[in-house]
Write a protein that binds this ligand. Structure first.
Ligand code: NAD
Ligand code: UGA
Length: 463
């Protein structure tokens, strides 16, 4: 039996530890956080994040071998293995601002481990960190100021996606564990392998050196985001040429070398990680003098920003070059379906841009309105938050589909059309709805990467 601790009870810390606790009933798992409200929420019936399947798994583990706490120091002292899953946002100040990872929370956690440890420990990088972070961590943990204890630092990056976190954790494509090639480093790697081998087939658990472990995580996110930017780049060309991006993506994805997944054109990728991790990769390349490599990856983010801005420009252009004082209903605030997370959500980028155009914006979303209000900050005062999509669309000039929630598909669009100002527009940023059917109802339909279906003559904007 081992005492496992996770520092950071966020989107990663909570679900990953719940799955470990479920599959390793012999281990005691504690998740700690500095945020007392978050810990209280984990201890309550209303968990701090929405994630399908999470409630059930927390219900069957919490209080048995899974515990949430704010007593960080005490639990550090008791732990054998410490996962560090604190946030590593983009640095907003000083050297590398806007690109580099802000490692202050990581370093704080490491120093806290050092101060409170009375026995040797395995420290696991669960957060996404720049390659060679473990070197700095090892240096701090095994510093002279320490208490003579030995710490092994291993990398075990997390590949789960929000909205499918529990499935991804229960049946991962792979679990990656990177560690130092020293005997004690390899022993530490084996300890983390053994935990996962309780439920993950052994051939899906791969071990690498430390630096490959750290870099693979940044590379995987960059490759995934690159596919979205690639198909989004093609979507712009489709809109000018009457090609259909879904048909193109299907044809391209049938090539076994390319594969069909992650080729859904959209209003752009969001979420707390893709942009920050690519910018971090760009920063690392610049740091090592690899400027061409940096420029290559930076373009993935630039294309994403272009796609979001292009979506808003198309809206304004289609609606006769003005949306001022027009009610516009945004369907979706979350950065993807099945999550309440709105961090870097394209929906909020579109919202801000429409507010700048002086539109009257109303947002509807089944789970993410609270987070949207928080993330919009001062601008939230100018927005109406409406849980009912029918009420949101009433008297609106346009609807923009920004999150692919399945319940948006089943709405009565004929009734919605009746309640709207005419001509009524739908801008489908997720290719979620049946555009021929909407057009039949009377809507003017603009979908990503498809020719518009309108009831009046349109010309493509030249920009
Ligand atoms: P998050 O912001 O949801 O959670 C991080 C938590 O760490 C917060 O609750 C914060 O209060 C806590 N924290 C920070 N410093 C602390 C300290 N010194 N002691 C105790 N608690 C502390 O972040 P997240 O989404 O869970 O992401 C965590 C890491 O995992 C990031 O590096 C991220 O890039 C990576 N990651 C995230 C996802 C995802 O889907 N969100 C997936 C894979 C990897
Ligand atoms: C992503 C990765 O998929 C995870 O493997 C990784 O662990 C995680 O980042 C992380 O490091 O945080 P996540 O951001 O939660 O997971 O969700 P994704 O499913 O990757 O979607 C990201 C964004 O891309 C969403 O806005 C989604 O709508 C968009 N997307 C995704 C598209 O626009 N098209 C697609 O084909 C796929």
């Amino acid at each position: 039996m081992a005492n496992i601790l996770c520092i950071g009870a966020g989107h990663v810390g909570g679900p990953t530890m719940a799955v470990i606790a479920k599959n390793c009933p012999q281990h005691r798992v504690v998740v700690v956080d500095v945020d007392a409200a978050r810990v209280a929420a984990w201890q309550s019936d209303r968990l701090p994040i929405y994630e399908p399947g999470l409630d059930e798994i927390i219900h069957c583990t919490r209080g048995k071998n899974l515990f949430f706490s704010t007593e960080i120091n005490r639990h550090i002292a008791e732990a054998d293995i410490i996962f560090v899953s604190v946030n590593t946002p983009t640095k907003s100040f000083g050297q590398g601002a806007g690109k580099a990872a802000d490692l202050q929370y990581w370093e704080l956690a490491a120093r806290q481990i050092l101060e409170n440890a009375t026995t040797p420990k395995i420290v696991v990088e669960k957060s996404t960190v720049p390659v060679r972070t473990a070197e700095a961590m090892e240096c701090i943990l095994n510093s002279e100021s320490g208490n003579g204890l030995h710490f092994d630092v291993v990398s075990n990056p997390e590949f789960m996606a929000e909205g499918t976190a529990i499935r991804d954790l229960e049946e991962p494509d792979r679990v990656l564990i990177g560690g130092p090639e020293t005997p004690s480093g390899q022993k530490a790697v084996q300890a983390i392998v053994d935990i996962h081998a309780r439920w993950v087939p052994r051939e899906r658990i791969i071990t690498t050196n430390l630096w490959s472990g750290e870099l693979s995580k940044l590379a995987a996110n960059a490759f995934l985001a690159q596919r979205i930017s690639s198909i989004n780049a093609i979507s712009a060309l489709c809109e000018r040429t009457e090609a259909d991006v879904n048909e193109v993506a299907h044809a391209v994805g049938l090539d076994g070398r390319i594969g069909p997944r992650f080729l859904r054109a959209s209003v752009g990728f969001g979420g707390s990680c893709f942009k920050k991790d690519i910018l971090n990769l760009v920063y690392l390349c610049e740091y090592y003098g690899l400027y061409e490599v940096a420029t290559y990856w930076e373009q993935v983010v630039a294309m994403n920003e272009y796609q979001q801005q292009r979506f808003v420009s198309n809206m304004v252009y289609a609606m006769f070059n003005t949306v001022a004082h027009k009610r516009i209903a945004l369907f979706g605030a979350a950065f993807k379906a099945n999550t309440s997370d709105t961090r870097e959500s394209p929906a909020l980028v579109v919202c801000r841009a429409l507010l700048d155009e002086r539109a009257d914006v109303v947002i509807t979303d089944p789970y993410a309105l609270e987070n949207a209000r928080f993330d919009l900050g001062e601008m939230a005062g100018q927005v109406t938050f409406e849980p009912d999509p029918y009420a949101a669309a009433r008297d609106a000039h346009a609807i923009a589909i920004l999150t692919e929630w399945s319940h948006f598909v089943d709405l009565d669009y004929a009734a919605i059309y009746e309640s709207m100002v005419k001509p009524a527009f739908i801008f489908d940023g997720r290719n979620l709805l049946d555009r021929a059917r909407l057009h039949e109802i009377g809507f003017n339909v603009y979908a990503i990467g498809k020719p518009p279906l309108t009831h009046f003559a349109t010309t493509a904007p030249i920009r």
